[in-house]
Design a protein around this ligand. Structure first.
Ligand code: HEM
Length: 329
C-alpha cells in the first residue's frame, strides 16, 4: 500500500459537495476517529441506562422490537422501557455510521494497512455487538450474556483509542520505541490487570441488584455472594493501579517523552475517580445513578490505558528526549 505522509490541506471556500469528494486531511481523519471513540464509549453509557431503568426487555425480542413489529407497540410493555431500549438499539446505527465514514475516509486517503485494519475492526465490532445485544435479549438477560455483550465494547473502545493515536502519525515514517522495555512491560501488565477488573466487574453486576429488567428471573443471575465478588473486583483494581503507578515512576525515571508521562498521570487520576465511584456505590448499596457513571468511567479508563500503550511506539518525525533509537520496522 502506498503511504502518503499527509493528505493535501483543505482549500478554503470549497463547497460542501467538493469537500465530500476530496481526500480527508489527517486532521479530518482524526476527528472521524475521535467521533468513533466517543460513540463506542457512549453506547456503553446508554446501554447502562437501559439496565438501571430496568428497560432491557422493553423490546422483548430481536431484531424486531416485538413479535411482528420493528417499532415499539403501545401497551406491549411500559412505554418508557420500550422507548429507552428502542433508543439504544437505534444508537447502534449512529455508531455504525461513524465507523463507515471513518473507513471510507481512511480508504480514500490511502492510509497504511494498520489504519485500515483498525477501522475495519471498529466497523465489524459494531455488527458483532448488535448481534450479541440481540442474543442477550433472547436469553432474557442472563448475566453472562450481558457480560459477553459488555466486554467486547471495552475492546472496541481500546481499538478506537489506539486508532485515534495512530491515525495522526504519518505513514512513511518508521515507528520508534519511546519507552524502555521495563516501562513497556509495566504498561502491558496494567492493561492485562484492567481486563481482570472488567471481567470481575461484570461478575459483581451479574450477582448484584440490577438485572436489566424486572422480568429477568433469578435463574439468570450469578449465584455468588456480591460482597465477595466486589472484594475480588477491587483487589484486581489495586493490582491495575499498582502497575500503572509503577509505570509512572519508571517513565519519570527514564525521562520519557512528556506527552507519554502526562498521559500516565491523567490515567492515574481517572483510576482514582473510578475507584471513588466504585467504593461509593459499594457502600451505598449500588444506587441506580452510580452505575452509568461507573460504566462511563470504565470506558474512559480503558481509553487512557490505550493512549498510554500507544505512546510506547510512535511514528514521529523528530527524536525526543527519552526516545529509544531501536526502530521496530
Ligand atoms: C479502575 C477501576 C474499576 C473499573 C474499571 C471498574 C469496572 C467495572 C465494570 C466494568 C463493572 C461491570 C459493569 C456492568 O457489567 O454493567 C463494574 C461493576 C461494579 N463495580 Fe467496578 N470498577 C472499578 C473499581 C471498582 C471498585 C474499587 C469498587 C469497590 C468495591 C467497584 C465496585 C463495583 C460494583 C459494586 C459493581 C456492580 C455494579 C452493578 O451492580 O451494576 N468497582 N465495575
Amino acid at each position: 500500500m502506498s503511504t502518503p505522509t499527509s493528505t493535501p490541506p483543505a482549500a478554503p471556500n470549497r463547497s460542501f459537495g467538493e469537500r465530500l469528494k476530496s481526500v480527508p486531511t489527517l486532521k479530518t481523519q482524526r476527528i472521524f476517529a475521535l467521533i468513533v471513540l466517543i460513540a463506542q464509549a457512549g453506547i456503553t453509557f446508554t446501554g447502562s441506562l437501559v439496565r438501571v431503568t430496568g428497560s432491557g426487555l422493553g423490546c422483548d425480542t430481536w431484531p424486531l422490537c416485538h413479535e411482528g413489529s420493528l417499532f415499539p407497540v403501545p401497551g406491549a410493555n411500559p412505554w418508557v422501557h420500550q422507548l429507552i431500549e428502542f433508543g439504544n438499539r437505534t444508537l447502534t446505527f449512529v455508531v455504525a455510521a461513524a465507523t463507515i465514514v471513518l473507513f471510507i475516509g481512511v480508504l480514500r486517503a490511502n492510509r497504511r494497512q494498520e489504519i485500515i485494519a483498525l477501522s475495519v475492526v471498529s466497523g465489524i465490532g459494531v455488527v458483532v455487538q448488535a448481534v450479541l445485544g440481540g442474543i442477550s435479549v433472547l436469553l432474557d438477560l442472563r448475566w453472562w450474556s450481558v457480560a459477553i455483550h459488555f466486554l467486547p465494547s471495552m475492546i472496541l473502545v481500546f481499538v478506537a483509542a489506539v486508532l485515534y493515536m495512530r491515525i495522526a502519525e504519518p505513514d512513511d515514517i518508521a515507528p520508534t520505541r519511546r519507552f524502555s522495555p521495563t516501562a513497556q512491560w509495566l504498561v502491558v501488565a496494567a492493561a492485562v490487570a484492567l481486563c481482570l477488573v472488567l471481567v470481575t466487574g461484570t461478575m459483581v453486576t451479574g450477582s448484584g441488584p440490577h438485572a436489566g429488567d424486572a422480568a429477568a428471573g433469578m435463574e439468570g443471575r450469578l449465584q455468588l455472594p456480591t460482597r465477595t465478588l466486589a472484594y475480588v473486583h477491587a483487589a484486581c483494581m489495586y493490582l491495575y493501579l499498582a502497575f500503572t503507578l509503577f509505570s509512572v515512576y519508571i517513565l519519570r525515571r527514564d525521562n520519557a517523552p512528556k506527552d507519554a508521562y502526562n498521559t500516565s498521570l491523567v490515567l492515574v487520576a481517572m483510576i482514582v475517580i473510578q475507584w471513588a465511584i466504585g467504593v461509593g456505590q459499594f457502600y451505598l448499596g449500588v444506587p441506580r445513578w452510580t452505575v452509568p457513571l461507573h460504566i462511563l468511567m470504565s470506558g474512559i479508563v480503558v481509553a487512557f490505558t490505550a493512549f498510554l500503550f500507544s505512546h510506547g511506539n510512535r511514528r514521529l518525525p523528530l527524536l525526543e528526549p527519552g526516545q529509544y533509537n531501536t526502530s521496530t520496522s
